[in-house]
Ligand binder design. Structure first.
Ligand code: GAL
Ligand code: ZN
Length: 680
């Protein structure tokens, strides 16, 4: 049991940067008063404090941090203490230029920004090890210390000589011989056979970008190297504070709110104790409905929870607007409570903010924060935060509970990289992550819990597994799917599946025999359409639009569920279903729109009893999400619309937020959220 497991409250608070305010003792004092008023209990400290902690090489100043840690503890709060490697002091860049990154065009960066450091640099690693050790020695036993926040939003890559050397060594370990490497990279193509390890260079716009095996390995290397750096950072931390969990804050690819693209978080998650992430949706934007956006936020939360299949943390979010969106709109009344509760509903044990207090200078001075420049609690945003703090106290019994799901969607980073890189199909319409989110949407609309898993996760506990667009599909995964279906699982696959293996080499003899057997079809062609082109599929006596991709196949054993409406493949199979052992394998050959997916999944859900029976009559804009303990479930009912909505549920409940009983007919005002506990 760690201190975090024993913590009986949801974490509420966020990034606190007192190091920016050391010349203003009255501000620091005010912070303590305001924390209580905001019902904030947890602060992430020191994330970018290196230049304050070590203003000169080897000269350390901890007194300010001692005081803040003590003060927070005295006020009943927790600290998530950061290692400061996300940005380093300028003296270090000056004295040891090797710590700076070299970009893909082989240009050496100069000091500036953050995350501008080489993960391989021995000097950087040494400096990080020194400061981290000092921090763990000094604060490892501090009673306020709840968790370690390792660095900040790891990202990016470096192409310096050290990194090239590490890349080559990584490749040597993977392939052992150049023969094997050349085979995987399809060496003779454009005369690219490598004859000496020293010839290998990371992908670069000045050189190589067309060797797909190289690109894929580089992406994998970057993840492994980042993890290696993270492991380096936590060496002493693990040894000296084995009971304090470590995390590092993950991201999403924002604006679009799709999973983060450049690191394989599924792999990274195995190295952290608790997954945490930073979520910045553009609420109230002008290109999608609130429900559209909410379902994407839900998807990523489900994904990041599913990595470790246990509660995660929201490490950063904003109480109001941001500073880096194109338009930084304020959250409308009600949205802060709703969006905060949505995190909890999907399994977060926190709502933490960036940041506690708006800074006075530099680029983040207008980023939303709990404490505005007015330095006062009597404003709308602060009051919204305080209300969330109060709500989290009221529902604290839910902390630590999990979410059960019988449906899983597979998101695979390797596949995403390989597919993005593939030249063919249509660059603009591949949209792998977005496609997963579209499949997810049916389940979100119908309040059916989903886990978003990697291809490594065990499938046995799911009744339905959805794996769209698995362009890159290792044989091992095919075998796993085969076994899953044979044992009674239901699997959905789609167009652009099973083209290449784990090295991005196409399968010899076309569509793999295992897939032919599993789906009872043989895919022979994939037609890519122009954006203005359209086909249709006829399914259950209705016609649905198909766009972008239509795969053609020979039908072997499978039952044909839908056929194409036009073009040279008119009347040929478009969607199939194949009975294998005790289970079923479905194949959706065409990219359809939400209307088809609604009908398609509705059938599967009915047939296999996957419906959420607690919701008698739902509404697509009202999301119902449960969190469960062994003998008790809690229901979050959230209206993601600007209108009043009504739903009907199976039993009477008590709303933990108001302590009032709630009948089975529930009506919700715009943006209203209820947290319901069935009456015992
Ligand atoms: C995050 C970052 C924070 C802050 C925030 C602003 O990506 O970790 O330090 O910059 O964005 O939204
Ligand atoms: Zn480097």
């Amino acid at each position: 049991m760690t201190r975090f497991d024993l913590e009986k409250r949801f974490l509420h608070g966020g990034d606190y940067n007192p190091d920016q305010w050391l010349d203003y003792p009255e501000i620091l004092e005010k912070d303590l008063l305001l924390m209580e008023k905001a019902k904030a209990n947890t602060f992430s400290l020191g994330i970018f404090a290196w230049s304050t902690l070590e203003p000169e090489e080897g000269v350390f100043h901890f007194e300010w941090l001692d005081k803040i840690m003590d003060d927070i503890y005295a006020a009943g709060g927790n600290v998530i203490l950061a290692t400061p490697s996300g940005a380093r002091p300028s003296w270090m860049s000056k004295k040891y230029p090797e710590v700076l990154r070299t970009n893909a065009s082989r240009e050496k960066m100069i000091h500036g920004g953050r995350h501008n450091h080489c993960f391989s640099s021995p000097v950087y690693r040494e400096k990080v090890a020194i400061i981290n050790k000092k921090l763990v020695e000094r604060y490892g036993q501090h009673p306020a210390l709840l968790m370690w926040h390792i660095s900040n939003e790891y990202s990016g890559h470096c192409h310096c000589d050290y990194c090239q050397e590490n890349f080559r060594n990584w490749l040597k370990e993977k392939y052992q011989t150049l023969g094997q490497l050349n085979h995987a990279w399809w060496g003779p193509f454009w005369s690219h056979t490598i004859t000496d390890w020293a010839e290998i260079e990371s992908p670069s716009p000045l050189g190589e970008t067309m060797v797909h095996g190289l690109n894929l390995d580089w992406n994998r290397f970057v993840t492994d190297q980042t993890i290696d750096f993270f492991e380096h950072e936590i060496k002493d931390i693990r040894q000296l504070t084995p009971d304090i969990p470590v995390t590092t804050n993950f991201m999403a690819d924002t604006y679009d709110l799709i999973p983060f693209q450049s690191l394989d978080y599924g792999k990274f998650a195995k190295h952290v104790d608790v997954v945490s992430w930073d979520c910045y949706p553009a609420w109230h934007n002008d290109w999608e409905t609130t429900a559209d956006l909410a379902s994407k936020v839900a998807f990523i939360n489900d994904q990041y929870r599913s990595f470790k299949q246990k509660p995660f943390l929201i490490m950063e979010s904003t109480p109001s607007g941001l500073n880096w969106h194109d338009v930084n709109k304020a959250k409308r009344p009600g949205m802060h409570m709703l969006s905060s509760m949505q995190f909890i509903a999907h399994g977060s044990d926190s709502n933490l903010y960036f940041q506690w207090r708006k800074s006075r200078g530099s680029s983040e001075k207008f980023h939303g924060a709990v404490v505005d420049h007015d330095n006062d609690e009597n404003n709308r945003v602060f009051q919204d935060v305080a209300q969330v703090g109060e709500a989290l106290e009221k529902i604290k019994e839910i902390k630590g509970s999990y979410k059960q799901a019988k449906v899983a969607i597979i998101y695979d980073s390797d596949n995403n990289w390989a597919l993005e890189d593939a030249q063919g199909f249509s660059q603009a319409s591949k949209q792998y992550p977005q496609t997963l989110q579209k499949h997810y949407r049916y389940f979100w609309d119908h309040d059916i819990a989903v886990e978003v898993i990697t291809k490594e996760h065990d499938l046995a506990k799911y009744d339905l597994v959805i794996a769209p667009m698995m362009y890159s599909l290792p044989e091992e995964t095919m075998n796993k799917w085969q076994e899953y279906v044979a044992n009674g699982g239901h699997l959905v696959s789609t167009y652009i599946t099973g083209y290449v293996n784990e090295n991005d080499l196409t399968y010899i003899n076309g569509w793999p025999a295992q897939l032919q057997e599993l789906f009872g079809i043989k895919v022979t062609e994939t037609d890519t359409l122009y954006p203005s082109d359209e086909n249709s599929v006829a399914y259950m006596e209705q016609k649905f639009i198909a766009k972008d991709y239509c795969s053609l196949f020979e039908v072997k054993e499978a039952e044909v569920l839908a056929t194409y409406g036009s073009d040279f493949y008119k009347d040929q199979a478009a969607v199939t279903k194949n009975q294998v052992g005790k289970g079923t394998a479905y194949f959706i050959g065409a990219r359809t729109q939400a209307d088809f997916l609604d009908h398609f999944y509705e059938e599967i859900v009915q047939e296999n009893n996957l419906k959420n029976n607690w919701v008698v009559q739902g509404n697509p804009a009202v999301s119902v999400q449960a969190r469960d303990f062994e003998n008790q479930s809690y229901y979050f009912v959230m209206n993601f619309s600007e209108e009043e909505k009504t739903i009907e549920v199976a039993e009477e409940t008590v709303d933990l937020l108001t302590n009032q009983s709630v009948a089975t007919n529930i009506s919700l005002k715009p943006y209203e959220v209820k947290v319901l506990s069935p009456q015992k």
